[in-house]
Design a protein around this ligand. Sequence first.
Ligand code: FAD
Length: 452
Amino acid sequence: MHSELPKFRVAICGGGISGLTLAVTLGQHSQIPIDIYESAPEIGTVGTGLAVWKRTWDIMCQLQLDAEMDRRSLSHPSEGENLAMIFRRSDQSEQGTDIFRLISSYSHIGLHRAQLVDMLKSRLPPTCTIHTSKQLASYSRNTDSSYIMRFTDGSIANSDVLIGADGIRSAVRRSMFQDLIEQGRLPPGLLSPESLHKALEPQWSGITVYRSLIQPQKLREISPDHLLLSSKIVMNFVGKGKHIIAYAIADGTFINFLAFDTDLDGEGKEFVGKWVYDTPKEEVLNLFKGWEPCVQALLESLDSMISRWAVHVGGLLPLCVSDSVALIGDAVHAMTTHVSAGAGQAMEDAYILGRLLSDDLTTRTIVPSALKIYQDVRLSVANDVVAISRDLGMMYELNSPEYDGEDRNDSEVIERWGQAILSKWSFQWIGVPEDEWKTARMRLTELANRSA
Ligand SMILES: Cc1cc2nc3c(=O)[nH]c(=O)nc-3n(C[C@H](O)[C@H](O)[C@H](O)COP(=O)(O)OP(=O)(O)OC[C@H]3O[C@@H](n4cnc5c(N)ncnc54)[C@H](O)[C@@H]3O)c2cc1C
């Protein structure tokens, strides 16, 4: 049962996947007034597809997005052993060979990003107001402990609670740490200017990814029996220093294509130039020259221009809340894409935080302590996923101690490498976010009892 009077107002800076998920969760469990401030002229999304695994699916069900999927005739993932990904050695001109099959205990689904954003938008509560073309510049605290937000267009707004869901270049994060510096409350690990810079500024991962959606019809014309035309399995075409991920999304309407090229020396270096721009497909064709026919057919099917992304990651932050301000999603743990978990982790943050804030036990006075519970429950888990994702990138591109790719026929080593990959992936289908919520709820009850 929702209480009649709103206990506080929540401002969400950023209307991406994490911000929308938070608003939907808050709306489902409370009457809290929500304002979303989004810098873009409309709530939308750039980019292509994303894979949704069991933990993310559980949140989607909690938020009744499964019904939205039905309305859009999109199929659901299901329980049971599932061939999730095939690793295929492809950096040779002859036909490639499958070297490892990753079996999950739950199937995944591929969604177009726009579909997920649309479904979330359709579940936004009437208590939520969206303000577009509002780019936050900074915030500061009012004398009554509420926050004043300043936008780049000169306007201001106030809120009791402020959530930074504003992605890897988060303005909320910048302001939060500025505030901590001014108050002399920086954690010891961040006291040197170098460590602070490393934690706060996005770093280049050394990875360039070329992303596109392929029309299955185009691929069919080039290669009628291509293995991606008849299967939903994620294909991982691996080779030394590069790999390509491709899989059907939106029930086979498109093939999501991502080609990765890693500069090992580039990791942590400053990236000069634009992070994202369109480039002629010849650039990616050249990178994968000499790879097997199945890869060449995919490359040929690409449109003439392809999106090129310099993948950046966040520094590992030791904290993500301060008083009544919290960071979620890429604002706190932007990661590489190798375990398809950025959006999933963003949704887990949003779900746990949303449940905590909307709980009847959370009064305005105890919001800062409730946010600390969110931090305790989520931050180290998400930071572990950041590390897993990085390790997997090394493994896919045969740059890990498990397998360096030199001996193409050492089946024992390759099997060990595959099993190590499997064990890193397994968090995606073990447990449910509801377990984390139960832990958080228990902590909240203890807190409320202590404050009573
Ligand atoms: C190539 C690639 C492939 C990926 N594939 C997958 C996948 O398969 N599965 C998966 O789970 N994840 C995947 N991810 C990761 C996923 O896209 C992100 O982790 C996720 O989008 C993070 O959501 P977010 O809402 O936290 O941030 P964002 O999506 O970055 O949203 C932030 C929002 O805040 C707005 N904003 C920014 N600054 C301000 C400001 N100052 N004021 C107001 N608004 C602001 C932005 O316009 C944006 O709308 C992939 C990422 C990439 C780059």
